[in-house]
Structure formats: structure tokens, C-alpha cells
Write a protein that binds this ligand. Sequence first.
Ligand code: SF4
Length: 359
Amino acid sequence: MIFTEGFRDIGLAKKLLEQIRRTTKHAVRIMEVCGGHTMAIRKSGIQTLLPGEIELLSGPGCPVCVTDQRFIDLAVAYACLPETILLTYGDLIRVPGSAGSLDEAKASGADVRIIQSTFQALEIAKDNPGRNIIFAGIGFETTIPGTAVAVLEARKADIRNFFIISAHKTMPEAMGALIEEGIPIDGYIGPGHVSTIAGSRIFNPLADTYRIPIVISGFEPVDLLQSIWMLIKMLEEKRYGVEIQYSRLVSREGNLKARQMVDEVFEPCTQYWRGIGPIPGSGLRLRKEFSDFDAEKHIPVEVKSGPEPKACICGLILKGLKKPTDCPLFKRKCTPTYPVGACMVSSEGACSAYYHYNS
Ligand code: SF4
């Protein structure tokens, strides 16, 4: 408790704001690529306290939001098969697909369950030997080890009715894709949770290739202000590279054990991102040695995907090209109770953050 309070200290925040004001000489666009940062920035009102030259953009950092429609459709198609239990994490079940959401499939009789950890998935598989248990795995470097360890444990325990479909994604490739597309981004607030597992080193090639500063940040107001100040200093001094503000949890190498498990089970592949499209090398699929757990290899299913909801601009928001307040449906037809798009469904989505914190 006391430890966290230090990072919410008003006096420290004021000093950092003053340092930011004194250091800022040019207009800059800084993007955060973590849903936790999006929420923390909106909740603390940091954007409103910064000098007008600093624009903060929300990028593709919310795992539910970037999960594209065809994956939702695939999950719904599996959920609707007989003798199947479809498992996934929280908010995903409310994201609309072409033929409805997982929540709607559940209301129509499909067995869809929310789990908190993949160990629960294995327990469900053991308890239901006559049914296929399909885990819809989403998320970035932070959640991928959980899927990897479940696959390793399932193999060890010879659990043969546990399968996965993977929308797992890796962050640096998406950050690079935005720059390649020509989106003006001067610096990145690097994702704290992702870096805790993967280490700050995964962002070095990105920083070097695009000569861009990246600061890995914590989640409290003082963390974020300090990270913004570090970024502004790097930009004004024309430096690039990766710096770590969140040093109480993030190291250069990350969690070696978790990284090893992920490398053992998965290999890179092209992954589809909502609003951005396919990005080579930005996804993870099961290696051949683990194909026994690949739902798409063992349980064929027909998937029909339609277009994204009309007028929803989630894709543009995830690329930092628009803000939620630019969407004609925001707070009118689209609310957290009746969400039209993924960015309003997720508790870490930009539209949800803008909605709850009165932007
Ligand atoms: S407010 Fe709703 S409809 Fe508009 S972009 Fe956000 S999620 Fe899509």
C-alpha cells in the first residue's frame, strides 16, 4: 500500500509536470501501446495536465480490441459445435462477431465459459473426458506463457481433449507496422506488463530500425509522468533507444523461464490485427510437435466472416488516427452496456476509457 502511494504523490507529480513543461520545445505525438496505460492515463487525467505540444495517442495495446473479427467468428463456430466447451478470458465473450458474440452463442445454448487461468482449462478438460475443450487464447507476451504452460502440462498429463485456437500476438511487430504505414509517432510509451515477461530487449531492433525513443513505463501517475518526461528529453536531445522507467519490475532480459516455455511451444506466424490487418511475424502458432493441441487441425469447422460493423472506427482508433470522440456512435449508440465495437467492450479499450473518464 505504502509502496504504491509513492507513485501517486501529488508533489512528485507536480515536479515532473514542471520538468516536462520546461523540457518541451516542439510538438510531439506519443503513443501508448498497453490497455493498462490507456486506462491509467485517462483515469488520472494526465493528458489534460500536459503542455499542448504533447499529444497522447492510444495504440493497439488492448488484447481484446485487436482481436479481429474472423477470430471471434472462429471461436463462435467452435462454441456452437456439439460436445464442445469453449473457454476464454473475460471481455472477449462480448465482442460482436459477424454472427453475434460468444455471449450470444452462450445464450442460445452453447457452452461458453470464462476462465481466469489456463489451469482451470485443464481441470475442465479432465472433468469432461467426453467433450472437446477449446481454449480461445488471446493476448500478448504477458498471457502467452499461460497458454504455453497449459499445453506442456496437457502433454505431460496425456490430456487428449484439450485444444487451442491462438490469436496470440507480439507487440514490437505491430509498433513497427504503424511506423511503416506512415503514421506520425515520435515516441512510444512501452508496455510494462509485456516487458516484465519479454524484457525490454525485444524493443531494441524497433528503436534502432526507426530511430525512435521507447520508454517502458509503470502504471501509476508518477510512473507515466516520469516516462513522458524521459521521452521528451530523448526527443529534444535527438536520442533514440529503449529506456526503462518501470525498473522495479522490468529487466532487459525479462522472465527467462517464461520465454523458454513460449519458445518451446510456439513459433512466429502472420497474425491479423483489427484495423491493421495481417502483420508478418506478429503472431504465435503451435509448433508441429504440439499439433495434437491445435483445434483447427483436428476439429474442422466452417467459418463465415462478414464485414466489421458499419460506422465503428475502432480500426482507426487502434492506429492512433482517430480518437473515440471522433466516432459518431460514441456515447450515443455505443456504450459499455450496448457496445458496437471491441474498443467499447473491453475494460482496457480506448472507447471505454474515454467513456468512463469523461473525455
Ligand atoms: S465508440 Fe463504439 S462504434 Fe465508435 S469506434 Fe468505439 S467501439 Fe466502435
